[in-house]
Design a protein around this ligand. Structure first.
Ligand code: C5P
Length: 237
């Protein structure tokens, strides 16, 4: 998908408080447009932080991975769209009707601003085949990822969150304008942390990722700005 290179990087604000989030985001504002507010930060600072980030001209990915009955997910999506967030995640495992409810709420909640885009998580990258077996799912993970991504596209979602190792297969199986967003990205030489199967930003992009999510390699760098610049440099293709 055609996109400005700066729009391809999302920095995960995996920090506990508003003070930490403000400090990190402010240090990155010259280079980074997108910030991901996940369960930790949303649980401590909530909607007000999203609103304030949007007011400050930042774009926000609310990574709440919703999974509930369609009515509840639809209503929550209406609220999140009203905050001005640009991206929201949900679990494709919640089913087609649940995803459709979110897509509809996002379309209706757009107002004058840009519409909230819905991203589906196919299979959590923390799960292995045996974990799926434990919850009664016996399909090979790769097939399940593609099946759920295709369901998400049919339901009207804007994209998926996936491992960079799944990006190429997904790119082939999905419409061209369907967003592939990949965490699990590490610049050359960086600490892997608990991410096991990583790619560099450039490799992820070459594999078909439209946007990448990076957390610790930026947050924990001596200079987060320099780290973000180096990563963004790899995405200018
Ligand atoms: O620090 P790191 O770059 O590993 O952070 C990646 C971010 O992406 C974290 O916020 C993590 O919760 C998120 N994420 C992930 N794997 C997924 C979905 C989200 O690592 N499958």
């Amino acid at each position: 998908m055609t996109m400005a290179p700066q729009d391809r990087l999302i920095v995960a604000l995996d920090v506990p408080t508003r003070a930490d989030a403000d400090a990190l985001a402010t240090s990155l504002d010259d280079e980074v447009r997108w910030f991901k507010i996940g369960l930790e930060l949303y649980s401590s600072e909530g909607p007000e932080l999203v609103r304030d980030f949007v007011r400050a001209g930042r774009r926000v990915f609310v990574d709440l991975k919703l999974h509930d009955i369609p009515a509840t997910v639809g209503r929550a999506t209406t609220r999140l769209a009203g905050l001005g967030a640009g991206l929201l995640s949900l679990h494709a495992a919640g089913g087609k009707a649940m995803m459709e409810a979110a897509v509809k709420a996002a379309a209706e909640g757009a107002g004058d601003g840009e519409r909230l885009k819905i991203l589906a998580v196919t299979v959590l990258t923390s799960l292995e085949q045996s974990d799926l077996g434990d919850v009664g799912i016996h399909k090979p993970i790769r097939e399940l990822v593609v099946q759920r991504a295709q369901l998400a596209a049919t339901a009207g979602c804007d994209g998926v969150v996936a491992s960079p190792h799944e990006a190429a297969a997904l790119r082939e199986a999905l419409p061209e304008d369907f967003l592939i967003v990949t965490p699990g990205v590490r610049p050359e030489g960086a600490d892997f942390g608990d991410q096991k199967r990583v790619m560099t930003p450039g490799q992820a992009r070459a594999a078909g990722a439209d946007m990448i999510v990076v957390g610790r390699p930026v947050r924990d760098a001596e200079s987060p700005l320099a780290a973000a610049k180096a990563i963004a440099g790899e995405l200018r293709v």
